[in-house]
Design a protein around this ligand. Sequence first.
Ligand code: DX5
Ligand code: ZN
Length: 221
Amino acid sequence: MQNYMIAPSILSADFANLGDDVTKVVAAGAEIIHIDVMDGHFVPNITIGPLVVKALRRITDRPLDVHLMIENPERYLDDFAAAGADWITVHAETGYHLHRTLGRIRELGKKCGVVLNPATPLADLKWVLAEVDLVMLMSVNPGFGGQSFIPSALEKIKQLKEMIDAHGLKVGIEVDGGITPANIGAVAAAGANIFVAGSAIFGQPDYQQVIAKMKAALPPR
Ligand code: DX5
Ligand code: ZN
């Protein structure tokens, strides 16, 4: 999980034409598709569930990156896995047994990741870092698309990268929230390699142009 990957978040796609939008964004160069699952409890918003994952599975072979912003995520892992998720990420702030939840995701044959909200310290990762394929840092408070990037995320990414390198691990660093062609270079330079972007991509008429702009802004690795 070390390569650069652009992950459009379908939260900002046209839900009345979701299949078309996903097909278009894949043709435009998206490496993965980011799917935001919200339950109205862990975050204030409500979005989608396994049925939509299942429908999207039929129209793309790109990895589906399912971001669970829900309480008790352990209850829904089997459903999302069966629906065709490839990556399942869970927040450290919800659920009682993070280590077990991550283990169950791997048992289901999926890549697993842990997500931290902006205020959650990196120290919370210490005892699970060796168990995950990726860590996702929120650079907005989760719940809505179109928010501004929280600048302190850059220092947090840097410290996470140092932590991963110090342990000799190959854990991916995904960043979610407020990423644009103007700041993606700094996010990558801080150490991230997987970039979620919703409004910056789906808010533009030409997905290919904005994704190319993002890729052009990435420093060589
Ligand atoms: C926020 C979601 C994000 C969101 C990103 O709760 O997890 O994935 O869609 O949207 P932008 O890129 O618009 O901040
Ligand atoms: Zn997300």
